[in-house]
Each structure stands twice: as structure tokens, then as C-alpha cells.
Design a protein around this ligand. Structure first.
Ligand code: SF4
Ligand code: SF4
Length: 325
């Protein structure tokens, strides 16, 4: 199966699994044989662990991302309060120095509910579509979505409770998100209302920051509590159709994270920090079919794995340009 088709299948809910023997490149096969025969000493394993911990503490990409996310959302607030007409509206639909921008998923929901193509929305959708192809699809999730940031912060609490063994985390099938995607589209079509928009914490938080808080914030609080005490990052992993929409856009983006097999220790720290660990399946010993493997479309380009990897086995790349540091 082609890389592209496998990446989309995984995003819709399929498990990655081991590549077929004929899919391995000769170079990758050679590296796997060498690594299989090598057994690290206790001292080497400790050194690897230390190197990972040291590298991760820098949180280079996380700092850049959090700063960008806060700045983008602040720009909406400042533009509204000071009426500077730089970035008008909210994340679902806005105007950036005169350019119409419409969130792809919201636009789809509105057109399904209205049952006709809304011209302004279509123009805004094209602008956003091109923008997110250029910057990497689900980059929207981790670099712009305010709910992502809140969920990332509360995730720390979930992990702490889990480490203390005070909660037993619940997981669901990732395919649930695909079912919710269809369900929300059908609901818009049948009811004539954009049901998802009422429930979307992305829109609720964006509007609350710009126009002031409302009762809908209680729903966001409920979601966060569910993620802290029951299921880690449940909304983004199993429900949110925005992630799926932008994931599809990102499948053809030149901005992505790339894995290199050579120096990988395969201890899996990158998978532990990742919101969508299935895209890092190739970091498991024996899994990478090639020496260089691009990370799948479901990747949010958050950079947590890049921060976690001391061997630069995971790096950002822009196709045709040098890798980003
Ligand atoms: S890619 Fe993942 S498993 Fe490999 S060295 Fe980096 S953090 Fe460790
Ligand atoms: S693969 Fe890396 S960049 Fe992509 S979502 Fe996971 S941690 Fe973030």
C-alpha cells in the first residue's frame, strides 16, 4: 500500500501494524539486522535515558508553539477591543486584513445545514485551505486551537494521577472520530443547525475570549474534567472533526515531521508525549520500512517528539528545503 493511502487509513482509525517483508528497503533491512544483534549495556541504557531527559527539558518547540498559539488568539482579542480591523471575527470565521478566512469544518457544517454553497464562506475556505496546506494541516490543532492548549495543560494532571495509580485511564477506538465526523455532518444536513459548532470547545473558547464568557464554558470544563479523570485527550483523539478535516489537508502539505532510523534508540519517549502515537509506530524497533520515513497526516506538527528526541531522529522538514532546528 502507498505511504499516502496508509497514512489516511491510519487517520481514519486503522492500526499501523508491521510493514510487509517486501516493503522494507535494503538499507533499512541492514540497519534492523545490526540493531537486532546489538544489546546495550546497563550503563549505555542509563546514558540514553539521561540524554533523553536532558534534551526534553529544553522544550524548544513547545515554547515556540505556545507563544504562537497565545499570540494568534490574542490578536483576535486585541483587534476586537481596539477595533483595529486586523483580525476580525473568531476562529470559526474571520477576516485577516480584509481576507475572508473560514474554518474548513465550520464552513462544511454551515453549507450542509443551509443546503447550498455560501459564496463568502467558499472564498474564505479556499484561503484557509491554501494556508493550511502550506503550514501543515493539523498544525491548526497544536499551534492555533485554544482548546488544545488547555487540554495540554490539564493532561499533565491526568498523567500525574495515572503515575500515582489514582486513576485507571480509559481508551476508545480511534475510529470513533470518523464516526463522529459523519454523525455531525448528517446532523447538520438533517436538522439545518450546525450542531457541532454549538459543542465545539474550539469555537466556544475563541468566542469567550473575544466577546466575553458564557454558560457554554461549563461544557468545556466538563470535557476537561473527563480528560483529566477518565480518558487522556479524549476530545481531540476520539471526537473532534476539525482534526480530521485538517489532517486530510495536511496529507498533501510540504511541512511535516520526518523520522530517520539510523540513530534511534527505540525507547519510545516520543510516543509517550504524542497526542497521536500511532503516527510514530515506525520508531518501534523493526518497524521502519525505510531509513527516512515521513510522519503520517494525523500528526499535529506539535514538536513534542522533536523536543523529546536527543538523537535528531525526529525533525521538522519542509519538502525541498533543509530540515528545521
Ligand atoms: S525517535 Fe523516539 S525512540 Fe527514537 S531516539 Fe528519538 S525519542 Fe527515542
Ligand atoms: S508525531 Fe510528534 S509532532 Fe506529530 S503530533 Fe506526535 S508528538 Fe506532535
Amino acid at each position: 500500500m502507498s505511504y499516502f493511502a496508509a497514512s489516511i487509513k491510519q487517520m481514519l482509525g486503522a492500526n499501523p501494524g508491521k510493514p510487509a517483508p517486501e516493503d522494507y528497503s535494503p538499507e533499512a533491512r541492514e540497519i534492523h539486522v545490526v540493531k537486532k544483534g546489538r544489546k546495550e549495556t546497563k550503563a549505555e541504557l542509563m546514558a540514553i535515558e539521561e540524554a533523553h531527559a536532558l534534551h526534553e527539558r529544553r522544550h524548544l518547540w513547545r515554547k515556540r508553539r505556545w507563544m504562537t498559539l497565545i499570540l494568534v488568539n490574542l490578536l483576535f482579542v486585541v483587534s476586537y477591543y481596539f477595533d483595529v480591523q486586523l483580525l476580525e471575527g473568531a476562529l470559526t470565521a474571520s477576516r485577516f486584513i480584509g481576507f475572508h478566512m473560514a474554518d474548513l469544518n465550520s464552513a462544511l457544517q454551515v453549507m450542509l445545514a443551509f443546503k447550498h454553497v455560501v459564496l463568502n464562506l467558499l472564498i474564505g475556505t479556499v484561503t484557509v485551505f491554501i494556508l493550511w496546506i502550506l503550514v501543515g494541516g493539523r498544525t491548526f490543532c497544536s499551534w492555533v486551537c485554544p482548546y488544545h492548549l488547555l487540554a495540554e495543560w490539564t493532561e499533565t494532571l491526568h498523567l500525574w494521577l495515572e503515575a500515582k495509580k489514582w486513576i485507571r485511564p480509559v481508551t476508545f477506538h480511534r475510529g470513533a472520530r470518523t464516526i463522529f465526523y459523519v454523525l455531525f455532518a448528517l446532523l447538520a444536513l438533517v436538522t439545518g443547525y450546525t450542531v457541532f459548532e454549538t459543542l465545539s470547545p474550539t469555537g466556544i473558547l475563541s468566542r469567550a475570549m473575544i466577546y466575553g464568557p458564557g454558560l457554554a464554558l461549563l461544557w468545556v470544563l466538563l470535557l476537561l474534567l473527563f480528560e483529566v479523570f477518565v480518558s487522556r485527550r479524549a476530545w481531540c483523539r476520539y471526537v473532534c472533526p476539525i482534526g480530521l478535516t485538517y489532517g486530510l489537508v495536511g496529507s498533501i502539505s510540504p511541512v511535516r515531521v520526518k523520522y530517520n532510523l539510523k540513530d534511534c534508540h527505540h525507547e519510545g519517549n516520543c510516543r509517550k508525549v504524542c497526542l497521536v502515537p500511532h503516527v510514530l509506530d515506525m520508531t518501534i524497533k523493526g518497524r521502519a520500512a525505510d531509513v527516512d520515513v515521513p510522519v503520517g497526516a494525523d500528526c499535529t506538527r506539535c514538536g513534542l517528539c522533536v523536543d523529546a528526541c536527543p538523537t535528531s531522529s525526529l525533525t521538522y522538514e519542509v519538502l525541498g528545503l533543509k530540515k528545521l532546528q
